[in-house]
Design a protein around this ligand. Sequence first.
Ligand SMILES: Cc1cc2nc3c(=O)[nH]c(=O)nc-3n(C[C@H](O)[C@H](O)[C@H](O)COP(=O)(O)O)c2cc1C
Length: 349
Amino acid sequence: MTLDTALTRLVGVRHPVVQTGMGWVAGPRLVSATAEAGGLGILASATMTFPELEAAIAEVKQRTNQPFGVNLRADARDAGDRVDLLIREGVKVASFALAPRKEMIAKLRDHGIVVIPSVGAARHAEKVAAWGADAVIVQGGEGGGHTGGVATTLLLPSVLDAVDIPVVAAGGFFDGRGLAAALAYGAAGVAMGTRFLLSKESTVPEEVKRVYLSQGLTGTVVTRRVDGLPHRVLRTDLVERLESTGRVRGLVQAARNAVRFRRITGLSLPAMVREGLAMKHGNEMTWSQILMAANTPMLLRAGLVEGRTDAGVLASGQVVGLIDDLPTVAEIVEGMVAQAEEILHRLGG
Ligand SMILES: Cc1cc2nc3c(=O)[nH]c(=O)nc-3n(C[C@H](O)[C@H](O)[C@H](O)COP(=O)(O)O)c2cc1C
């Protein structure tokens, strides 16, 4: 018995398990390990420059000849160039955090690239399905990073009822029980962030992984104080401080961070404010939040790349509270599929 689903057929992978495009985390090593294990690995490109993305795609292709994907920001200034790069390199899947324009979906599809945007509501799924998306990933509120308020158990059926294209469930998955449950709902597979972050092949520093592993089920919090949008992160001292800081102090802190980020990246202040404004997405944001939005990549990098558990923001799903090991990616994927198969067999499916 194998778990042959609309997702495995659409993308040409062995297992209906997706490793999502987590900024600073989903690099060539993790993505190629997932591809080799038979899942769909997705490179995170929003935190990569164009040359870094070129190099990352080349490295994945050198490590594996299995299909993989790239997560794009449709509103990036060089989004068109990145789409051309995916086409040139024959990347199998384009995933998007924000809905891509209709023309961008059409161009990718015309060149045989499977388009899988992430959505947080049934009406977003309807919109991208009407624009030609091949499938959607729906992320419930349990999920790590930017997230909504509705749990996967309710969001997933609402999206399944709304669209006819394959739906991949995300937010709170980590084992074969979740995979079997998602398939029972009618999903075509599951996508996971936090579980793959906590794998042997993930390049997140070991001391940061240990901080994740020490968390219980209440170890995360959804905060708007990082960039103005609801963001599920570990409840660290820094986040507690951000949560309790008043508006004026928040602005001073954000400005100080902005200056530090500028020193590291060489980005001009107007460019940073533009970045912050780009993240507004129609949300009401204070100036302090706009500045913080510009800082978000730096705060995430400080935690996830530099290992600054004191000064960094660590995005995480609630599922972190149920994870206490660092298996290989192959053990994660194969273990989940075997457990799901056993459950479905026991249930007579
Ligand atoms: C550390 C981290 C970074 C993330 N970065 C991104 C990102 O850059 N783009 C994106 O679309 N989603 C991002 N996400 C969300 C994940 O892609 C995924 O939807 C989510 O982790 C699923 O929930 P789970 O953590 O319960 O598996 C991130 C999640 C985490 C934990």
